[in-house]
Write a protein that binds this ligand. Structure first.
Ligand code: GRF
Length: 200
């Protein structure tokens, strides 16, 4: 059984879907929900589900990213994490942290990567006049929002779409593809399998 640590910075709706998915014959279990923000509302939501939680406030570390990450690693190792899922974790991690967890870390990003790495993905898709938007689960590597894509889901952009309405549609897809991709990743499947809305 693999231990999964989920890193969050906010409400953690993806985190909740991941936690809820890890039951029964799933090859993994949540071992820790970890946030860089002690006030992240996702921490209380995770605790309510009986998952261990911790916070490492990045602010006292200032520019000392290595010091911050060393503390993250203390928590991750103590919890017995085999896999890390980044789920709305809003800190950029150093190449040495990424290297340490290489092949064992997933991220979800609200765009059809390689389009729109970074922030404001939905506004950028609308500004570009794209016909479709979506989300990607990928292996996290030292390149921001880079790394092999394991799954993408697409949604049509409707007339009159706003960044808010698009975010809502895409988040609904995120909640489906992240648990499904984690499940097969934890079982050793690293192939890219894009999402079909009628997939079971
Ligand atoms: C999601 O859109 C995720 O893709 C992005 O940040 C958002 C986090 O939402 N990186 P939540 O905290 O999982 O609700």
């Amino acid at each position: 059984m693999k231990g999964v640590a989920i890193l969050i910075s906010g409400g953690g709706s993806n985190m909740l879907k991941l936690v809820e998915s890890m039951t029964g014959d799933h090859p993994a279990r949540p071992c820790l929900v970890l946030s860089n923000d002690p006030g992240a509302s996702g921490l209380a939501r995770a605790a309510k589900l009986g998952v261990a939680t911790a916070a490492v406030d990045h602010r006292p570390f200032g520019a000392d990213r290595e010091g911050f990450e060393a503390e993250l690693n203390v928590h991750l190792e103590r919890a017995g994490a085999d896999i890390i899922c980044l789920a709305g974790f809003m800190r950029i991690l150093t190449p040495s942290f990424m290297e340490k967890w290489s092949g064992r870390m997933l991220n979800i990003h609200p765009s059809l990567l390689p389009k729109y790495k970074g922030l404001h993905t939905h506004a950028r898709a609308l500004e570009a006049g794209d016909a479709q938007a979506g989300c990607s689960v990928h292996e996290a590597t030292a390149e921001l929002d880079g790394g092999p894509i394991l799954c993408q889901a697409r949604v049509d952009i409707a007339a009159g779409e706003t960044p808010g309405s698009l975010a809502e549609k895409v988040l609904h897809l995120e909640h489906q593809i992240y648990p499904a991709t984690l499940r097969r990743f934890a079982a050793g499947d690293r192939q890219r399998r894009d999402w079909k809305s009628d997939a079971t």
